[in-house]
Design a protein around this ligand. Sequence first.
Ligand code: BJW
Ligand code: ZN
Length: 246
Amino acid sequence: MAIPDSLVAKMLESRKIGVLTGAGISAESGVPTFRGRGGLWAGYPVEKVATVEGFDENPELVWRFYDERRQNLAKVKPNKAHYILAELEKYYDFWVITQNIDGLHTLAGSKNVVELHGNIWNVKCTICSYRGMNREVPLSKIPPQCPNCGAILRPDVVWFGEPIHDSEKAFEIAKSSELFFVIGTSAQVYPAASLPFIAKDYGAVIVEINPEPTPVSVIAEYVFRAPATQTLESLFQKLQEPLQTR
Ligand code: BJW
Ligand code: ZN
């Protein structure tokens, strides 16, 4: 795949790079995306499984949805795209802001990861202040119970209408990055979707990697209509040598 020389030059002169990722970066690991045909919501109405109201109405249904995803996620591995982003931390002040709850960036070795929508392996109590990690797959009891007070636990993920995690850090990264990559997100869910626009307003060059157009495409200087692994492999191939000597 052709990578423009001007993008390589921009990458060689940059010091701080931010990346916003979405479900598409994990698609090639075998994790379904949310929207589109065959998406994750298929069969599960979004208002039933990704809102507090839906959870309160039917915690068993919501936990079954998450238990299925946990069973899949326990089997999958990071792909080349996750690994290349982790590798780039060696050369930059490099930050991954992810909407994904799959933990694959961390598993690939990235240290500077902001998980805006939480992590599927974390749980929190619906009554007391208990928060913890639960890696039981499949869950032996649905819904799982709080070890502290016995109430129902919920996944420690961010549903519609709830505040995202670490938003201040995410906005700070968007405002201070010289280059801002947007990879594998439909950019329909806010406030995550506002980050590329903020980065642009603060002077970043925007790079989109997504087989499909999104609202971000119009503000991106570089658009790669291709899968994340193929694009990042081509980019890293061109960068690796000059990065060692810059
Ligand atoms: C590939 C590929 C390959 C495929 N390579 N690419 C305006 C401003 C602010 C907020 C709002 C607003 N209007 C409405 C809101 C509210 C709402 C919202 O945004 N609604 C919209 C739907 C309109 N937002 C919220 O409620 C948020 N909270 C909030 O605003 O709080 C305010 C508040 C403040 C203070 C107190 C209280 C409240 C919270 C949003 C939470 C979203 N949660 C979910 C579920 C998380 C848990 C879980 O995973 O189960 O997050 S919804 C779901 O969507 C999930 C995802 O992270 C998120 C984004 O999806 P993503 O990653 O973009 O996936 P897809 O499937 O949409 O796209 C995949 C893309 O990959 C596609 O484009 C493909 O083409 C591409 N692709 N293969 C590269 N190989
Ligand atoms: Zn409790």
